[in-house]
Design a binder for this molecule. Structure first.
Ligand SMILES: Nc1ncnc2c1ncn2[C@@H]1O[C@H](COP(=O)(O)OP(=O)(O)OP(=O)(O)O)[C@@H](O)[C@H]1O
Ligand SMILES: [Mg+2]
Length: 274
């Protein structure tokens, strides 16, 4: 398996939220974490990306133990995290937002790398090229989500973790975002998809884990989970109406900014609207 979490216990201020979680993600797999508001999905994603240090347990990526590494080191190894609430910077352009996604590239030719990767992404996703110099402030939620995913792709990851990408989007936009997620798998990436929207997530995933109160209560092939009566009863009838409180979103934005640092060399050279 590409990623393995073994017995992860993690939480805040000394009290655990997750209790001995075991999950794994294989090469080229979409694995979904489904669970209600507050179940612990984001806590697990944050533990994998390194924003949160687990209290115990081990995380292995490509056979190497990573749970003591910094978030930046984990990005360099190939793990990207697209956080809940998208966290794009409203006052900046698409290009500037994208350039933040390559913050771990520390070579002398950092801006060459960035603009090269940006051009690649613009070729793969024309919507980026069309809007490359636009300030993202009044983008729709769906456009911001696509941009947030593209920013995650800037570091050329092998595993991308998407935390609630469908949150607050119209059904049509949810579909577009999920199409993008399945394209990522076609390009060979592994995806960890954290979602309250269990039906949508299980519909495109290969495997899933159901998290309740910080524990994995069910897991298996996504198609089997979709058919299981427990899931139908608990998750498929209810809409995903809950959102992060403003306070929680602000806290996450602040911790993300801490880990990215301020933007330095922008605007990014070499990328122009076609
Ligand atoms: N920074 C924090 N400090 C203290 N408690 C937190 C913090 N972040 C989350 N929690 C608590 O940890 C528990 C799990 O939260 P988490 O955000 O991981 O759930 P989730 O499954 O991602 O929920 P949602 O679907 O709403 O995003 C909740 O009880 C939450 O209140
Ligand atoms: Mg969450």
């Amino acid at each position: 398996m590409m990623l393995e979490c073994r017995g992860i216990t993690a939480g805040y201020n000394g009290s655990p939220v997750l209790e001995k979680i075991d999950i794994s993600i294989g090469e080229g797999e979409i694995v979904t974490l489904v669970g209600a508001n507050g179940a612990g999905k984001s806590t697990l994603v944050n533990a994998i990306s390194g924003l949160l240090r687990p209290m115990s347990g081990e995380i292995h990526f490509d056979g190497k133990r990573i749970d003591q590494l910094s978030p930046a080191d984990r990005v360099r190894m190939g793990i990207a995290h697209v956080p809940e609430g998208r966290q794009v910077f409203a006052g900046m352009t698409v290009a500037e937002n994208l350039s933040l996604g390559a913050y771990t590239q520390s070579s002398r030719s950092v801006s060459d790398l960035r603009s090269g990767r940006m051009r690649e992404l613009c070729d793969q996703y024309p919507f980026l090229r069309e809007r490359i110099n636009d300030v993202v402030g009044n983008f729709s939620g769906g456009q911001q989500q696509m941009l947030a995913i593209a920013r995650g792709l800037m570091s050329n990851p092998r595993l991308i973790m998407l935390d609630e990408p469908s949150l607050g989007l119209s059904p049509l936009m949810v579909q577009e975002v999920l199409n993008l997620v399945t394209q990522l798998r076609e390009r060979g990436l592994s995806v960890l998809l954290s979602e309250q929207n269990a039906r949508a997530a299980l519909a495109i995933a290969d495997r899933g884990y159901v998290i309740e109160n910080g524990r994995v209560t069910l897991s298996g092939k996504a198609s089997d989970l979709l058919d299981s009566p427990e899931i139908a009863e608990r998750y498929l009838g209810v809409g995903a109406a809950t959102r992060f409180s403003q306070e929680e979103s602000k806290r996450m934005a602040a911790s993300l900014r801490d880990c990215i640092g301020p933007a330095t060399d922008s605007p990014v050279p070499g990328v122009r609207m076609s």
